[in-house]
Design a protein around this ligand. Structure first.
Ligand code: NAP
Length: 279
């Protein structure tokens, strides 16, 4: 199978590494020549170019660029594709992407591998990033079934567990488990920076350990990705943030009122609720 990847960064590069090692021929396009050279040197691709014409030989093309460039890229890509080519993307938000791209290319399957690191760019690409992780496909009723099955087959080849849902349900669900945590984590780091005593800040930075590492990780990642997610999933993110603020206010009230019983009850509920997430 010939795989095309547009956007040789963390996700695109990691897909390339794995699919090559599993017997596919992988062709990559990225905006900078130095990224193409690095991708070839790292064995991510058989061949790479800054020109979309390289995608002409691909059976399936993965668009792995930032959210804002997915639609314009597909627009430029279409003249190079044969009618049977399947196009899929890995964008972290689905509704606006699926709506825009499906009208440009009917053989399009929206996708989102639920895996990542705090790094970005071709040097951040790692093997086996998707093994054991969820990979969501968001077909529409009119999406060709054969195209969905083919992308699912590739996601399984990457070692992922495949889920199918509507783009809307995807965006509402990931607001809770990905986009809200990103903002909560970023604001946690931002709040600590506001401590006015330099010596305390310095001490805190030295004492920070696993708890801070876990809770600050997603807020300390790629800023461009955070902005794109907020822009493209704005409504669902705002909805989850508003409910989050209510929860935070309730915790603040309990602590301010020294209502330790109420606080313990809440923490028991969150301890139980966390166990329901398939982490
Ligand atoms: P990334 O590491 O920054 O990689 C994106 C790459 O795309 C860049 O390295 C850039 O390469 C290339 N690029 C940018 N604009 C381009 C264009 N117009 N044409 C061709 N190549 C272009 O970002 P990422 O984290 O892999 O994210 C990529 C996509 O995956 C996003 O849509 C994101 O929502 C999604 N996603 C991310 C994560 C995560 O945790 N990071 C998880 C799941 C899904 P050059 O060096 O050539 O400019």
């Amino acid at each position: 199978m010939n795989i095309g990847i547009v956007g040789l960064g963390l996700i695109g590069g990691s897909i390339g590494l794995d699919l090559r090692s599993r017997g596919c021929d992988v062709f990559g396009v990225s905006s900078r020549q130095q990224t193409c050279d690095r991708a070839q040197a790292r064995g991510v691709v058989n061949d790479a170019s800054i020109h979309l014409s390289l995608m002409a030989a691909a059976d399936v093309v993965f668009i792995c660029t930032p959210l804002g460039s997915i639609e314009p890229i597909v627009r430029d890509l279409v003249p190079h594709l044969s009618p049977n080519t399947i196009v899929t993307d890995v964008g972290s938000v689905k509704t606006p992407i699926v709506q825009a791209v499906s009208s440009l290319w009917p053989n399009f399957v929206g996708g989102h591998p639920m895996a990542g690191t705090a790094e970005s760019g071709i040097d951040a690409a790692v093997p086996d990033l998707f093994v054991g992780r969820p990979y969501v496909l968001t077909p529409q009723p009119q999406t060709p079934a054969a195209a969905v099955d083919r992308v699912e087959e590739i996601a399984r080849l990457l070692g992922a567990s495949v889920y199918r849902c509507s783009p809307l349900d995807h965006d509402r669900a990931v607001a809770w488990i990905s986009h809200l945590p990103l903002v909560a984590s970023a604001t946690l780091v931002a709040a600590g920076v506001r401590e006015g005593d330099r010596d305390i800040v310095n001490l805190a930075q030295h004492l920070a350990s696993s708890g801070f590492r876990d809770t600050s990780r997603v807020g300390g990642g790629n800023p461009e990705l955070g902005v794109m997610v907020a822009k493209y999933n704005r409504e669902e993110l705002l909805r989850s943030l508003s409910i989050y603020r209510d929860c935070l206010d309730e915790f603040i009230s309990d602590i301010a009122a020294e209502n330790w019983q109420a606080l313990e009850h809440k923490l028991k509920l969150t301890q139980q609720a966390r166990q329901n997430y398939k982490l």
